[in-house]
Design a protein around this ligand. Sequence first.
Ligand code: ADP
Ligand code: MG
Length: 587
Amino acid sequence: MIRRLPSQLVNQIAAGEVVERPASVCKELLENSLDAGARQLDVDVERGGLRLVRVRDDGDGIPASELALALDRHATSKIATLADLEGVHSLGFRGEALPSIASVSRLRLVSRTAGDEHGWAVEGPAGQDPVPAPHPPGTTVEVRDLFHNTPARRKFMRTERTEFGHLERVVRQTALARFDVGVRLRHNERGMLELPAATTPGERSARLETLLGAAFADNALGIEYAAAGLSLRGWIGLPTFSRSQGDLQFFFVNGRMVRDRLIAHAVRQAYQDVLFHGRHPAYVLYLEMPPAGVDVNVHPAKHEVRFRDSRTVHDFLFRTIERAIAAAGTERPAGGTPARAVSPAHAGNRAPARAETGALQASMRFQEPHPGPGPAIGAGAGTQVAEAAPDAQAPPLGYALAQLHGVYILAQNARGLVLVDMHAAHERITYERLKRAVEQGGAGAQPLLVPVSVALTRAEADLVEAEQDALARLGFELSRAGPESVLVRGLPAPLREADANALLRDVVADLARHGRSSRVRERVNEVLATAACHGSVRANRRLTRAEMDALLREMERTENSGQCNHGRPTWTELEMAALDRLFLRGQ
Ligand code: ADP
Ligand code: MG
């Protein structure tokens, strides 16, 4: 039997798409407030939003005669025709959010327009007649007991803390989207975020710092560029501020936060040569373009968009960001050679070596700077090894001959030429050493002469505090120094020379990603791998031949030394026959 579903059920079904958790309620309400021209947003939350999400704004308000309609399905003031949809400037347009939310919660809507003498209130789900209620001009939507009537959905809710985390992220995104609007967030009557509207450059950077941390603000480049009807502005993190996860990536298209594959790809490509594989850039970017060029109606919660001319958008993003990074690279003074001015934190700038063939090219190029009768590989190496050891007893990785461009060690073994990626090899060794130390009951801590204070977000600092004991077993001596900072007093001994600031930030990101529930072992290994990366030899450091030989011997002793912690090979070998072929010898 076919029958028409009651409207309450239809709305509940729609809610399944739009209202996933308290954070999605908050997102819809904030969007409505911004669409109404609000200058101030006040968000009150109880129990992670499961008991209450209340958003109050000072926007245009809803006339009493339309209040009930606002709760009706497919009722919207934002579009009237298909043409409107194609040029939509508002964040909402589907007319679905309020009825959907009202169908799975106890919703109360109070609003007052500028001309009204007092406010009017209605309660969901069905639209009864509005009753007078005190309210300043603007609107308050109060959503209580989310999913009280849909137990199946309720079961999917996580802890209060997790739900609040999602909701807070939504509020922070909104605050990033609109610097000109004041934002306040309270949880269980406690103030969590208080951001006055930011209009001057100083106020703007203060807000950026509050939302993304001082470290980002200190390590970000402002960019602003427009061409062909597209404009991109915002901040991109320097390559040295890369992260072990993509948690500091915010992209807004015409004021709407989106996660989009095309955008992510363009940004990643722009960073490709300066960021090592597995590292993520940090950015907050705003793309503005004519609404007709982007379809926002492809996702019920509008997390995704579709660009009419995606190729152009992709290239525009890629070029603009790439150029900004390159310009930063030449401006900034750096310790190394100019070519490495923008060297990534972990890998040295050596894009061509990433592929196997890159290594081969590098080995071929080695010969170019040695014109004339100088030491060609064969000749020079021969004498070297003759005095070092007879071939039969040569260790597997041989003996070092030289260092190439501060990146590779060249060595000769019984079979031919060995090329070692210095940084990757050292990283592997450090990792295994740390792991052994931890297995034997804890890596010793090496106190720092001068403790280092590290700025984190409040949530990150909380996490560090919660994991303090586990971190202490790894050799991190830490203490909370303030709501958003942690003091590092000691580092694991094998990492004593690492940059405490960068190391801690990455370790915290690892912890955050794995959450407390994950297996301890996994978490520890991840942290160790990250830590090892910081403790290893930077590219560009000159090593004496004795130091290089010591590294080779250590590699031979170390488990899994053939691969670094990211799975890249640490060394490769070119046999004499392969070298001969390069010279077409014996053919
Ligand atoms: P949509 O935003 O897609 O139009 P909603 O269900 O979210 O649909 O809202 C329905 C209508 O209620 C909106 O079109 C708007 O006219 C009105 N409305 C909702 N929230 C507010 C608010 N905070 N201030 C003013 N009007 C609002
Ligand atoms: Mg809406």
